[in-house]
Design a protein around this ligand. Structure first.
Ligand code: ADP
Length: 379
């Protein structure tokens, strides 16, 4: 054990534009001396966090992501993953105060824009100082750590029989739908990761080229991200949550909303290898009043998802080619409960690069910044 480690409890927090992610380390080998020393307050906090999976109205623990038997600063224990909407930071602070955290914790390791925005509130409400870490440093440290602790962390979506997708027949519309439904999730050995492109799809999107643990740069970004998907979906369909938006999209059909190559050419644009069922113009059918009158909420949600996803895929591919990187790792909570976007990204990466690029995904999706923060807790 590391004698300079700060006192328990250990948290890492990422206060993002939409969601706040909180990672809690529950130590396993508490020896007798430490148990005696463990205060009532600390015990209560541990019990409260580890025995519940919902906190207040909007806090959730992602029990399926829990990591057993990890080591941090020489201590073994379990990592717990908790999230709540950043709009509820006030309620979180009240809860923290009611659990006696204010008396116990004087510094919380935090990243994300909210670590700056809410710094004063943390001091005023719970007397907690925020020790701030850069969010991209934290993100990469978190990805590398979690991957090293979890052999199943990194995975990809494989097309049937792992045929390169650009060789699949394109004469059976709806070809893409049929192909995507057959994709299966497979583990990927990410033990020699460098170089890779890391695409973090949160409210907005950041793209980083990572050449080594402490060697990376931000190459690009786009404001058309997960926040855009959810915002547009709420406007267009009247939905009120991410889960609802995703489930609408899952049963919708974007071809009633988008204008496809075949809507313009009557078939493929063969000369440049563009298949007929490729989207030529996202939302391009919605200029017609007749079409608008017939479109369903599901179709609008699907088109929004496909538009945002393909745009991110396209930027990722351009960056990967430019930077001569073959592996593209996607993370961020936009991919939560969203296999459709993951499969679309996998297809797009492979198809448009003629099999040269590989799309990879990580099980802990949006929690890496918070983990990275936890790792850097300094006394
Ligand atoms: P940020 O740090 O910017 O908050 P995240 O990686 O947490 O970024 O991703 C936020 C995005 O994740 C949202 O814009 C939305 O698309 C998606 N998302 C997934 N689950 C939820 C949820 N329960 N509530 C709101 N957005 C969610």
């Amino acid at each position: 054990p590391d004698n300079n480690a700060p006192p328990m409890p250990w948290f890492g927090m990422d206060i993002g534009g939409t969601l706040t992610k909180l990672v809690y380390f529950e130590p396993r080998e508490t020896n007798r001396r430490e148990l005696d020393k463990e205060t009532e307050v600390l015990k209560n906090i541990r019990r409260y966090l580890t025995r519940n999976s919902a906190y207040g109205k909007t806090g959730r623990r992602d029990v399926h992501l829990q990591m057993e038997n990890v080591t941090i600063r020489g201590r073994r224990g379990t990592l717990h993953f908790i999230r709540f909407p950043t709009s509820e930071v006030g309620a979180f602070l009240q809860l923290a105060r009611s659990k006696g955290m204010a008396d116990l914790v004087n510094t919380i390791y935090a990243t994300g824009g909210g670590a700056y925005k809410f710094e004063e509130d943390f001091i005023k409400e719970v007397n907690m100082r925020l020790s701030k870490m850069d969010e991209l440093d934290a993100l990469i440290a978190g990805v590398l750590y979690v991957d090293s602790m979890n052999p199943r962390e990194c995975y990809y979506w494989a097309p049937p029989d792992e045929q390169p997708v650009h060789q699949l027949p394109s004469d059976t519309p709806p070809y893409l739908e049929a192909a995507l439904s057959q994709y299966v999730r497979k583990p990927y050995d990410f033990s020699c990761p460098y170089p890779f492109l890391l695409v973090n799809i949160g409210s907005g999107v950041s793209l980083l080229v990572v050449n080594g643990p402490d060697n990376y740069y931000r190459v690009s970004g786009t404001s058309l991200g997960g926040g855009t998907f959810l915002g547009l979906c709420c406007l267009l369909t009247g939905c009120s949550s991410f889960e609802e938006a995703i489930s609408l999209a899952a049963s919708g059909d974007n071809t009633t909303v988008d204008k496809l190559v075949r809507d313009i050419y009557g078939g493929d644009y063969a000369r440049f290898g563009l298949p007929g069922d490729l989207v030529a113009s996202s939302f391009g059918q919605m200029c017609s009043a007749d079409r608008r009158a017939k479109v369903s909420r599901e179709d609008l949600a699907r088109a929004t998802l496909v538009t945002i996803t393909n745009n991110i895929g396209s930027i990722a591919r351009l960056c990967a080619c430019n930077e001569r990187v073959e592996r593209v790792v996607f993370c961020g909570n936009f991919l939560r409960v969203n296999p459709l976007s993951m499969k679309l990204l996998s297809y797009a990466m492979s198809y448009w690069s003629r099999g040269a690029l590989k799309a990879l995904f990580l099980e802990h999706e949006g929690y890496f910044g918070a983990v990275g923060c936890l790792l850097h807790l300094d006394a």
